[in-house]
Design a protein around this ligand. Structure first.
Ligand SMILES: C[S@@+](CC[C@H](N)C(=O)[O-])C[C@H]1O[C@@H](n2cnc3c(N)ncnc32)[C@H](O)[C@@H]1O
Ligand code: SF4
Length: 454
């Protein structure tokens, strides 16, 4: 990887789990009514064909990790569990009233925060509350995020019993100095135990999240983390670039200073080394950030061209409608997005009044829908096509200028009705998507909103 390319393209940019990206949502034109009708339309079109996805945000963690960019609330009080589960079920009930038909659940993901903060019984109550009011779609996939330090056999068994077959564990890095800096002490034995327990119980896909670019992290640390990973051989791996976004998370990330972070060049080397070592172990890169063994459904769906990307990252199948329940969750009807309020008290108050607790969103127009499709294609398949009868670039000359420059840097190949990202261009796929992102081009953010692309 040439340093000159890294220097040229390492700019602040979105990760494109949605288009338009969240800071570009047109909140002014959004209303709860518009959101409800866009979801109803999407549900009626797609529920019986492919089912819907559910994301449930469980925000509590017992202890704060100082690198964490997720929406979480730190507490040791487990009395928060029951009211929260009841509130999520109430929210689900409001959606059931709106949809007015039994949903087919294709994907269900518990994210956080730390889902394993909740007791196995409470998790079971939550899932049963959903399943009792819906049907299961064919080949449904239920997954959850587990913290290796507190995922017990009972958690794994309880969730297995209600249909979960996939778990992902946050690992980040095995080195103690790094772990101390991010306030997350987590010995290899804990990850080993949680991984082996899941397999013993019958989970068919165990994932690990590891991160490069963390404070004090060196190339040797990345290498050692991958050696440990090799020993446990998770079916899937997320290999994330550390997103340093302290301006959003406030003091939560100030457990170390900017000077303790690796330089962009070192970060890029960590990524390159990690990628090389993961390939040697037998992992295949899936889109951006994700790796999987050949036996995992994510790899298979990439092979079949079914890979999809949404707010949860890459998924093995596409549903047109995704409902996010819980504080801060984002929902996606394909025609629109909405986000729930972030504060727990506010969330409870709105639900008490039988109001779906969204506070902002975006309804997509024609142009948004076209660009959304191209960005999704690029992120999932490293290529995108358009009808040759419609000269896409005549209508959007701004896009072409940027793409031609990237073509001269050999990051992509432009054909009459197709763009294909080269191997060399794959690490820069976010930059390529940015060329299509007309909203970003029309209005550059006044302050830094996004993490660096490289
Ligand atoms: C909600 S957390 C995982 C679940 C559980 N709370 C845990 O920590 O094990 C999901 C994953 O997001 C990733 N993550 C969180 N903050 C991040 C950041 N600032 N940059 C990159 N990845 C981040 C971590 O890899 C983390 O495991
Ligand atoms: S990394 Fe996981 S456990 Fe740590 S604060 Fe974030 S959500 Fe909570």
């Amino acid at each position: 990887m040439h340093n000159s390319l890294v220097n040229k393209y390492n700019i602040a940019g979105p990760r494109y789990t949605s288009y338009p990206t969240v800071p570009y949502w047109d909140d002014a034109s959004f209303s709860l009514e518009a959101w409800k009708s866009s979801l109803k339309k999407s549900f009626d079109e797609s529920n019986s064909k492919e089912g819907i996805s559910l994301y449930i945000h469980l925000p509590f963690c017992e202890s704060l990790c100082t690198f964490c960019g997720c929406n979480k609330r730190i507490t040791k009080q487990h009395s928060v569990e029951s009211p929260y589960i009841n509130a999520v079920l109430k929210e689900w009930g409001l959606y059931l009233n709106l949809l007015n038909d039994k949903p087919f659940i294709k994907e269900l993901h518990l994210g956080g925060g730390t889902p394993t903060f909740f007791s196995p019984d409470n998790l079971k109550k939550l899932i049963n509350g959903i399943l009792n009011t819906s049907e299961l779609a064919d080949n449904y996939e239920f997954s959850f995020e587990g913290h290796p330090n507190n995922t017990t056999r009972e958690h794994l068994q309880a969730l297995y019993d209600v249909g979960f077959r996939r778990v992902s564990y946050g690992v980040q890095d095995y080195n103690e100095t790094v772990q101390k800096a991010i306030h997350r002490i987590q010995p290899f034995e804990n990850v080993k135990r949680a991984t082996e327990l899941a397999r013993e119980i019958g989970y068919t896909s165990v994932g690990h999240d590891i991160i490069f670019g963390l404070p004090f992290q060196t190339l040797e640390h990345v290498e050692q983390t991958i050696l440990n990973t090799k020993e446990l051989l998770p079916d899937r791996l997320a290999f994330y670039s550390y997103a340093h976004v302290p301006w959003i998370k406030g003091s939560g990330q100030r457990g170390f200073s900017d000077a303790d972070l690796p330089s962009p060049e070192l970060k890029r080397k960590q990524y390159e080394l990690g990628k090389k070592r993961l390939a040697e172990v037998g992992y295949h890169e899936i889109g951006m950030d994700h790796f999987a063994l050949q036996t995992d459904s994510l790899y298979k769906s990439m092979q079949n061209g079914n890979l999809h990307r949404n707010f949860m990252g890459y998924t093995a199948s596409k549903t047109q409608a995704m409902i996010g329940l819980g504080v801060s969750s984002i929902s996606d009807s394909w025609y629109g997005f909405s986000q729930n309020v972030k504060g727990i008290e506010e969330y409870y108050n709105l639900l008490k009044d039988n109001i779906i607790p969204v506070y902002r969103g975006h309804i997509l127009n024609e142009e948004d829908l076209i660009i959304r499709k191209h960005i999704l294609n690029l992120m999932c398949q490293f290529k995108t096509t358009w009808s040759s009868t419609l000269n896409y670039f005549e209508e959007l000359p701004e896009v072409l200028v940027k793409l031609e420059e990237m073509e001269s840097d050999k990051l992509l190949i432009i054909e009459a009705n197709k763009i294909e990202v080269t191997k060399k261009g794959q690490p820069f796929v976010r930059n390529i998507c940015m060329a299509f992102d007309l909203l970003l081009q029309r209005k550059q953010p006044d302050t830094q909103l996004f993490s660096m692309t490289v």
